[in-house]
Structure formats: structure tokens, C-alpha cells
Write a protein that binds this ligand. Structure first.
Ligand SMILES: Cc1ncc(COP(=O)(O)O)c(C=O)c1O
Length: 414
């Protein structure tokens, strides 16, 4: 018989490599300055590519001022209670209206976290006869939501033939409705959902689409997301976004027809039984949306920087996989895991450039990425010194990464 806690001092579990080494360099690094293009790590100021501040909003003083104003008015505690009882305000209602307009849906329902929103929305909608058909590369929040229903069929990432097989099976085995769960922009690899064939199949099999556009909301389709990018927003039955990335805040929302949002509001257990989103956050997001409407150049700058960084890395011989979004994954051969770590170490210690390594369970086993997020706040110089450092460290370590990946015809979304 083993003690419950014995696993905690043994190899195993997620990120065991780091846990067993007591690592705080790659895992849970302590960042010593507020978010921005330059951040301090272990006493050194570095150009960072690790936060999802796509639109550079962490550097906009007006937005910070809005949050300060809101904190003075409401503290961090308002409103008190769950939304259904004592936690609703005119600003929650107003923000939902703004989000529904932005997503071109009848309504939107707020959540405190994207993660909670995916659970809540999915569990509200999936009844005992229904089934989820889910892209295998979906974010953990979606996989967890699907696992919990126990009624799901996975399909190969972005593969319409595999999706059709899953839909046929779903129709054969289940009497109720089908929810196709996909991401808009896949947050680790940066490739985008192949919406046209997915929409065709949803119509053919009478299914509904839930699209988690955590990384596409604010960054694609002029900021309105991947549905707009394809001109297919009407076909996304539930459009999901988080505020934790491009909007530089916290929380999430499901945008959908009115009756569906109302049903979600009353049935999403992760939100019904939790305190409401704080007003500091609600108010700041309202001001953020107003700011972005008046400043479309933030979006243009994001893409200018994205193209400059991605073209520069490709020209230098690195492979960026299939990204079509600002997410910039530099592909590292899996067998070079230790060398990949050394590479990131040298980039930090010698070049003062902060990049994250991404591995299982965030991405499938055998994949290792040096993942970068360009933002509207980065400068030309930041990009130039980063690309130069990439080349120098690669040559110092004698790495041949680019040659080990097939050239994927990397091209840009705009
Ligand atoms: C695709 C996707 N969905 C959901 C989430 C969770 O969002 P949040 O951080 O708002 O809980 C994330 C964040 O990592 C994400 O990338």
C-alpha cells in the first residue's frame, strides 16, 4: 500500500523534469517588473516574447488609469456575490452588450476566467444524449470540458476527413445534438482552424460549432476574430473569447443567440456557483474596447511586428511550422530537448532575450517549441536584436534546426 503523497517526491506527473530539479528558471520564473516589452528577470532587463499582450495594452497609460479609477470607486470586492443573486451590475450588462456587438451575435455571457467559461458553456450545453466532436489539438480547458462529459469523439487536428468520420460516428451513437469544438487560432502552434470545410460538415451533419478564439480575438479579422477573417462568423454558433490575452485583463465570454446565452447564464455551473467578475475588471475591459475602437493602429502594429519577426526568423533559416497568426513557434527537434534548453538559457543569460520553451503536456509528446509572442509594443530594434541573437546562439551551439523540418510554406494571414 502506498501513501497518497508518495508521488509528490517521485518522478512523474506533469513537468516532472522541472519539479525534480526544483527549477524556477524555466518553470514559474519570477518576473521582477510589470508586464511590458522589457521585463526584468534575475536582476537583468530583457526583451521579452513570453506574454500574450498582443495589442501592447499593458503599455497604455489610459487603460491603467481606468483600472485605478475603478479600484477607487469599487475596490476589488465589488460586486459581492454570484451574479444570479447579488453580483450583477449595469456594467456587466453593458459589457455583455458591447461584446455581443463586437462578435456580431445577439448576446454574450461573461465568465471570470476563460478556463471556467469553456467548462461552464460546454457543460451547460451538453445534455445526456448530446456529444462533443473535438479537435485533438484543442487547449486543455476544452479537453478537460470534453473529458468531464464522457461523451466526446476526437478528430485529427484540422483534418476534415477525420472530422467527417467522427461526425458519422456521433450521429450513429447519439440521439441528441453534436457540438464541434475547435480553437480559432491554435495557441501553441499558431495555425488557424480550417473553417470552410468545418462549416460545410457542420451543416451536413446538423451540428453546432463552439470556437474558442482565445488567441484570435483581438488578433485576427481586424481584431474581431477568426470568424471574421474567413467571413464565416455567422456559422460560429458559440464564439468564445478570453480577456487574458489581447485584452490584457482577465475573464472570458461566450457570444451566441439570445436564448442560448440566457441558458448558459443560468446553467453554467462554473459561473452560477462562483462570485461575479469584479467591477475593476469589467470597467477596465469596457474602457479597453473603447480604446481599441479609437486606436485601430494597435492591430496594424501587431501585424507589422509579426511579419517582421516571422520573416526575419524564416530568412535566418528557422522553421515556424504552420503559423498563420502572431503566435510564433520556433520548431526545435524533439531529440534536441536538452540543447533547446541550453539555447533558451544562452538567449536569456548572454543576449538578455526572454523566450519560453513549450513542451508536453501543453503540446503533444515529442514536440518542443521556443514560442514567441510579438506584440504591438515591440520596437524594430527589439526584433532586430532578437533575430541576430537567434542566429548567433544557433551558430555557437552548432545547431541545424531549420534543416530538420520540412519547409512548410509559411505564409501570413494578412
Ligand atoms: C485556447 C484557450 N482557451 C482557454 C484558455 C484559458 O483562458 P484563461 O486564461 O482566461 O482562463 C486559454 C489560455 O491559456 C487558451 O489558450
Amino acid at each position: 500500500m502506498k501513501d497518497l503523497f508518495s508521488k509528490c517526491s517521485e518522478e512523474g506527473g506533469y513537468f516532472s523534469y522541472f519539479r525534480m530539479r526544483g527549477d524556477r528558471y524555466f518553470a514559474m520564473p519570477v518576473l521582477e517588473s510589470p508586464p511590458g516589452r522589457i521585463m526584468q528577470f534575475q536582476g537583468k532587463k530583457m526583451v521579452q516574447w513570453i506574454i500574450n499582450d498582443y495589442l501592447g495594452l499593458t503599455s497604455i497609460p489610459e487603460i491603467k488609469e481606468a483600472a485605478i479609477e475603478a479600484a477607487k470607486r469599487w475596490g476589488v470586492y465589488s460586486p459581492m456575490g454570484a451574479r444570479i443573486l447579488s453580483g450583477n451590475t449595469e456594467y456587466h450588462v453593458k459589457l455583455e452588450k458591447m461584446l455581443s456587438e463586437h462578435a456580431d451575435k445577439e448576446d454574450a455571457a461573461l465568465f471570470n476566467y476563460g478556463y471556467m467559461g469553456v467548462q461552464g458553456t460546454t457543460h451547460a450545453l451538453i445534455g445526456k444524449d448530446d456529444v462533443i466532436v473535438i479537435d485533438k489539438l484543442s487547449h486543455a480547458s476544452m479537453m478537460d470540458a470534453a473529458f468531464a462529459t464522457r461523451q466526446f469523439i476526437p478528430f485529427r487536428h484540422n483534418d476534415p476527413e477525420s472530422l467527417e468520420r467522427a461526425l458519422k460516428r456521433a450521429r450513429r451513437l447519439h440521439e441528441g445534438g453534436i457540438l464541434i469544438m475547435i480553437e480559432g487560432v491554435y495557441g501553441m502552434t499558431g495555425d488557424i482552424a480550417d473553417l470552410p470545410p468545418i462549416v460545410e460538415l457542420k451543416k451536413k451533419y446538423g451540428a453546432r460549432i463552439f470556437m474558442d478564439d482565445a488567441h484570435g480575438h483581438g488578433t485576427m479579422g481586424k481584431g474581431r476574430g477568426l470568424g471574421f477573417h474567413f467571413g464565416l462568423q455567422d456559422e460560429i454558433d458559440v464564439y468564445f473569447g478570453t480577456f487574458a490575452k489581447a485584452y490584457a485583463a482577465i475573464g472570458g465570454f461566450s457570444a451566441a443567440p439570445k436564448d442560448v446565452c440566457e441558458y448558459i447564464r443560468f446553467n453554467a455551473r462554473s459561473q452560477v456557483f462562483a462570485k461575479s467578475l469584479p467591477l475593476v475588471v469589467v470597467w477596465t475591459i469596457i474602457k479597453t474596447i473603447e480604446y481599441l475602437k479609437a486606436h485601430p493602429e494597435q492591430y496594424d502594429k501587431l501585424w507589422e511586428n509579426t511579419n517582421k519577426l516571422q520573416n526575419g526568423l524564416c530568412e535566418a533559416g528557422f522553421s515556424l511550422g504552420k503559423t498563420q497568426s502572431p503566435v510564433t513557434p520556433v520548431m526545435v527537434p524533439a531529440e534536441d530537448f536538452e540543447t533547446g534548453m541550453k539555447f533558451l538559457h544562452k538567449m536569456r543569460d548572454e543576449k538578455h532575450i526572454l523566450i519560453s520553451g513549450v513542451m508536453y503536456p501543453v503540446v503533444p509528446k515529442g514536440v518542443f517549441l521556443a514560442r514567441m509572442i510579438p506584440t504591438a509594443a515591440h520596437t524594430d530594434e527589439d526584433i532586430d536584436i532578437t533575430i541576430k541573437a537567434f542566429k548567433e546562439v544557433r551558430d555557437e551551439l552548432g545547431l541545424k534546426w531549420g534543416e530538420r523540418f520540412e519547409k512548410t510554406g509559411h505564409h501570413h494571414a494578412i
